[in-house]
Design a protein around this ligand. Structure first.
Ligand SMILES: Cc1cc2nc3c(=O)[nH]c(=O)nc-3n(C[C@H](O)[C@H](O)[C@H](O)COP(=O)(O)OP(=O)(O)OC[C@H]3O[C@@H](n4cnc5c(N)ncnc54)[C@H](O)[C@@H]3O)c2cc1C
Length: 317
């Protein structure tokens, strides 16, 4: 362990790399010795740093250290630490003002392999995401996840599975554009939802875990043969013909008091609070899950927790 810059640096080795969707992989990391281990809580994140080769506008390449934050996607009860990394910014994207590629994930996914050692720093904020759950202060959870934002929920579900803690009830509202994407090479449909099959398996196994999938661009609604697995379509809080829907109340089950429910929200700024950056650089404020929970369901701000992964840029793809 060393302590260059803020926080202690640890060196962890990649021992596995599994594809979740075509642009998302889960990496398993192992500390090489006891001194490289750290303890952490559900909801915490790490910053990882890697030496990456990225393109310049000139067509040449440059190598430098780049870092990004990632939620820990595995439970503190497990030996390995797992991170799920989604490539949000396309490979080769050049920032127009610097003339350089400024992404991380596309190059990390391309250039790291099993056996590589990675610099990891635990983000130690006291009031980190989900700290109230980790401290046992909140037990009735409605977790709202965007297409990328499910990682801390995976950590919590693994924790529920390992600890057999039946005091915590988790209802997961998970929004994705589509269930599948079409593989360009052979027109095959590939899963586009991070952890999809595993989540279904866990909802069947863990009595206190329920999941509601929504697909904002698929026109069909899937059917479910299990009471703890539900499907809908369209944005949360929007019913058919753009009517308003009380999504929390409709799918949560019996709610005696809205104040008894704790609502972590995780994903892009657009998903959380409607903040987006337009192609001309202007920031626009729309509506996100946070406003809908407060305006439509009467949830108080103290009952909302959030982890923003990045500022959403619209109209770029
Ligand atoms: C506390 C915390 C925890 C996080 N946990 C996770 C996690 O568990 N898993 C995970 O995958 N990510 C997580 N992130 C986000 C992560 O740090 C990276 O931002 C993410 O992996 C995307 O990396 P990237 O290199 O592709 O894009 P980045 O260089 O990080 O840039 C992301 C930005 O690119 C924009 N963008 C998207 N498409 C385009 C385009 N076509 N052109 C230009 N810009 C575009 C996005 O809108 C966004 O603003 C977390 C972030 C934080 C702060």
């Amino acid at each position: 362990m060393s302590s260059k810059g803020l926080g202690q640096h640890y060196e962890w080795q990649i021992v596995d790399k599994v594809m979740e969707t075509p642009d998302t992989y889960t990496f398993s990391f192992s500390p090489n010795s006891q001194s490289q281990r750290f303890t952490f809580n559900v909801g915490q994140s790490v910053t990882i740093r890697a030496f990456l080769r990225r393109p310049l506008a000139s067509g040449k390449f440059e190598e430098s250290f780049v870092e990004r934050a990632y939620s820990i996607a595995s439970s503190p009860t497990r030996d390995l630490i797992e991170l799920t990394i989604k490539d949000e910014k396309p490979y080769g994207y050049i920032n127009p003002s610097t003339g350089k590629a400024d992404g991380f994930a596309a190059y990390f996914l391309e250039q790291t392999k099993i056996g590589d050692k990675i610099d990891v720093r635990l983000n130690r904020a006291k009031n980190h995401f989900l700290w109230k759950i980790a401290a046992g202060l909140e037990k009735n959870i409605a977790y709202w996840s965007g297409a990328n934002g499910i990682e801390s929920a995976r950590c919590l579900i693994q924790y529920l599975q390992d600890s057999k803690n039946s005091d915590i009830g988790l209802t997961l509202y998970y929004s994705n554009p589509t269930l599948h994407v079409i593989n360009q090479r052979d027109d095959r449909p590939l899963l586009n939802v991070i952890y999809y099959n595993w989540l279904i398996e866990m909802a069947k196994k863990i009595d206190t875990f329920k999941i509601i999938f929504t697909f904002t661009r698929d026109s069909e609604i899937l059917t479910s043969d299990h009471p703890r697995i539900m499907f809908r379509k369209g944005r949360f809080f929007e019913g058919p013909n753009r009517t308003q829907e009380k999504t929390l109340s409709k799918y949560y089950g019996k709610i005696n008091n809205i104040d008894s429910i704790f609502n972590p929200i995780c994903g892009s700024s657009g998903f959380i609070n409607g903040m987006v950056r337009l192609p001309n650089g202007r920031i626009e404020r729309r509506k996100g899950i946070m406003q809908d929970l407060m305006d439509i369901e009467g949830v108080r701000p103290e009952k909302i927790d959030r982890e923003q992964y990045f500022l959403e840029v619209v109209g770029v793809r």
